[in-house]
Ligand binder design. Structure first.
Ligand code: AMP
Ligand code: ZN
Length: 113
Protein backbone atom coordinates (compact mmCIF):
# COMPACT_ATOMS: atom_id res chain seq x y z
CA UNK A 1 0.00 0.00 0.00
CA UNK A 2 1.31 3.42 -0.93
CA UNK A 3 1.10 4.96 2.53
CA UNK A 4 4.11 6.77 4.00
CA UNK A 5 3.16 5.91 7.59
CA UNK A 6 2.65 2.20 6.75
CA UNK A 7 6.09 2.28 5.09
CA UNK A 8 7.66 3.74 8.25
CA UNK A 9 5.81 1.14 10.35
CA UNK A 10 7.05 -1.79 8.25
CA UNK A 11 10.62 -0.48 7.82
CA UNK A 12 10.38 0.26 4.07
CA UNK A 13 11.15 3.89 4.90
CA UNK A 14 13.60 4.47 7.78
CA UNK A 15 12.16 6.13 10.84
CA UNK A 16 13.30 6.85 14.38
CA UNK A 17 10.80 5.21 16.71
CA UNK A 18 10.21 7.13 19.92
CA UNK A 19 7.84 4.41 21.04
CA UNK A 20 6.69 1.12 19.61
CA UNK A 21 4.51 -1.75 20.83
CA UNK A 22 2.34 -4.38 19.12
CA UNK A 23 -0.32 -1.85 18.10
CA UNK A 24 1.05 1.70 18.26
CA UNK A 25 4.20 3.62 17.34
CA UNK A 26 5.44 7.21 17.52
CA UNK A 27 7.87 9.24 15.39
CA UNK A 28 8.98 12.88 15.20
CA UNK A 29 7.04 15.04 12.75
CA UNK A 30 9.35 16.01 9.84
CA UNK A 31 7.93 19.55 9.82
CA UNK A 32 7.71 20.39 13.52
CA UNK A 33 5.34 23.17 14.61
CA UNK A 34 6.64 23.19 18.20
CA UNK A 35 9.80 22.10 20.07
CA UNK A 36 8.06 18.78 20.71
CA UNK A 37 5.99 17.59 17.75
CA UNK A 38 5.45 13.86 17.64
CA UNK A 39 3.01 11.71 15.71
CA UNK A 40 1.44 8.75 17.49
CA UNK A 41 -0.43 6.24 15.35
CA UNK A 42 -1.68 2.68 15.01
CA UNK A 43 0.49 0.21 13.07
CA UNK A 44 -2.67 -0.92 11.34
CA UNK A 45 -3.71 1.23 8.37
CA UNK A 46 -6.89 3.02 9.41
CA UNK A 47 -7.44 6.05 7.13
CA UNK A 48 -9.04 8.41 9.68
CA UNK A 49 -11.10 8.53 12.89
CA UNK A 50 -14.18 8.62 10.67
CA UNK A 51 -13.23 5.14 9.45
CA UNK A 52 -13.15 3.63 12.95
CA UNK A 53 -15.88 1.11 13.59
CA UNK A 54 -17.27 1.51 17.14
CA UNK A 55 -15.49 -1.66 18.32
CA UNK A 56 -12.12 -0.20 17.16
CA UNK A 57 -12.48 3.06 19.11
CA UNK A 58 -10.22 1.81 21.95
CA UNK A 59 -7.23 2.39 19.65
CA UNK A 60 -7.76 6.14 20.17
CA UNK A 61 -7.34 5.63 23.92
CA UNK A 62 -4.10 3.77 23.15
CA UNK A 63 -2.86 6.75 21.11
CA UNK A 64 -3.67 9.04 24.03
CA UNK A 65 -1.98 6.72 26.52
CA UNK A 66 1.24 6.77 24.45
CA UNK A 67 1.05 10.55 23.89
CA UNK A 68 0.65 11.09 27.64
CA UNK A 69 3.60 8.76 28.29
CA UNK A 70 5.81 10.66 25.81
CA UNK A 71 4.76 14.03 27.26
CA UNK A 72 5.74 12.79 30.71
CA UNK A 73 9.05 11.45 29.37
CA UNK A 74 9.85 14.76 27.64
CA UNK A 75 9.09 16.74 30.80
CA UNK A 76 6.22 18.77 29.32
CA UNK A 77 3.44 17.04 31.20
CA UNK A 78 3.04 19.63 33.97
CA UNK A 79 3.37 22.65 31.66
CA UNK A 80 0.86 21.21 29.26
CA UNK A 81 0.58 20.12 25.66
CA UNK A 82 -1.87 19.72 22.84
CA UNK A 83 -3.20 16.53 21.24
CA UNK A 84 -4.73 16.90 17.78
CA UNK A 85 -6.33 14.48 15.36
CA UNK A 86 -7.23 15.95 11.98
CA UNK A 87 -9.93 14.13 10.05
CA UNK A 88 -10.22 14.10 6.26
CA UNK A 89 -9.95 17.04 3.87
CA UNK A 90 -11.70 19.89 5.64
CA UNK A 91 -10.24 18.75 8.95
CA UNK A 92 -6.78 19.40 7.50
CA UNK A 93 -5.67 15.77 7.33
CA UNK A 94 -2.81 15.50 4.82
CA UNK A 95 -1.79 11.87 5.41
CA UNK A 96 -4.69 9.40 5.31
CA UNK A 97 -3.37 7.09 8.05
CA UNK A 98 -4.91 7.90 11.43
CA UNK A 99 -2.43 9.76 13.65
CA UNK A 100 -2.45 11.93 16.76
CA UNK A 101 -0.20 14.99 16.97
CA UNK A 102 1.54 15.65 20.31
CA UNK A 103 2.60 19.30 20.42
CA UNK A 104 4.39 21.01 23.27
CA UNK A 105 7.44 22.81 24.60
CA UNK A 106 6.03 26.27 23.92
CA UNK A 107 2.81 28.12 24.71
CA UNK A 108 0.16 27.06 22.18
CA UNK A 109 -2.28 29.88 22.65
CA UNK A 110 -3.75 30.09 19.17
CA UNK A 111 -7.42 29.48 18.71
CA UNK A 112 -8.45 26.33 16.89
CA UNK A 113 -8.78 26.68 13.14
P1 AMP B 1 -2.02 15.80 9.09
O1 AMP B 1 -2.04 17.09 8.37
O2 AMP B 1 -2.77 15.77 10.38
O3 AMP B 1 -2.35 14.63 8.17
O4 AMP B 1 -0.50 15.62 9.54
C1 AMP B 1 0.46 14.99 8.74
C2 AMP B 1 1.79 15.29 9.38
O5 AMP B 1 2.71 14.32 8.94
C3 AMP B 1 2.37 16.66 9.01
O6 AMP B 1 2.57 17.41 10.21
C4 AMP B 1 3.69 16.31 8.32
O7 AMP B 1 4.71 17.20 8.64
C5 AMP B 1 3.98 14.91 8.82
N1 AMP B 1 4.74 14.03 7.96
C6 AMP B 1 4.57 13.83 6.62
N2 AMP B 1 5.44 12.91 6.18
C7 AMP B 1 6.19 12.52 7.26
C8 AMP B 1 7.26 11.60 7.45
N3 AMP B 1 7.77 10.90 6.44
N4 AMP B 1 7.79 11.47 8.71
C9 AMP B 1 7.29 12.20 9.72
N5 AMP B 1 6.28 13.07 9.61
C10 AMP B 1 5.74 13.24 8.40
ZN1 ZN C 1 -1.03 3.55 6.31
Amino acid sequence: MDCIFCKIANGEVPGEFLYRDAKVFAVKDINPQAPIHYLVMPIEHIPSVADLAPERLPIVAELMRVANHLAEKEGISKRGYRLVINCRREGGQAVPHLHMHLLGGRALLGKLG
